[in-house]
Write a protein that binds this ligand. Structure first.
Ligand code: FES
Length: 111
């Protein structure tokens, strides 16, 4: 058990806050552990499926940073639902810097 805080709004608009999040866990893993709707994590965190797509709250996006080229290419596959603040949840690992982060689960792509 950690002590970092994450707030997630699932694909149905339901918001949950987790305040015992461990350092090092990815947002995809956290969402899977808690059954957050809309996060599938099909590829197991390999940056190869985009079923962990989240929108990072504007206030946090700068801290999280832009996706790298591989992640961007994956997000580009779901470009119909991609936004400027899109990231793959499996590529965001919790650290004290991200304590309090807020994200919203993106809807499934229609591609
Ligand atoms: S779990 Fe597949 S890209 Fe994140």
């Amino acid at each position: 058990m950690g002590n970092l805080k994450v707030t997630m709004t699932d694909v149905n608009g339901e918001t949950k806050t987790f305040d015992d999040v461990e350092e090092g866990i990815s947002l995809m893993e956290l969402a899977k552990q808690h059954g957050v709707a809309g996060i599938m994590g099909d590829c197991g965190g390999g940056c190869a499926c985009a079923t962990c797509h989240v929108y990072v709250n504007e206030d946090w996006f700068e801290k999280v940073g832009e996706p790298d080229d591989i992640e961007f290419a994956m997000l580009d596959m779901v470009a119909d639902v991609m936004k400027d603040n899109s990231r793959l949840g499996c590529q965001i690992k919790m650290s004290p810097d991200l304590d309090g982060i807020e994200v919203t689960v993106a809807p499934a792509s229609s591609y």
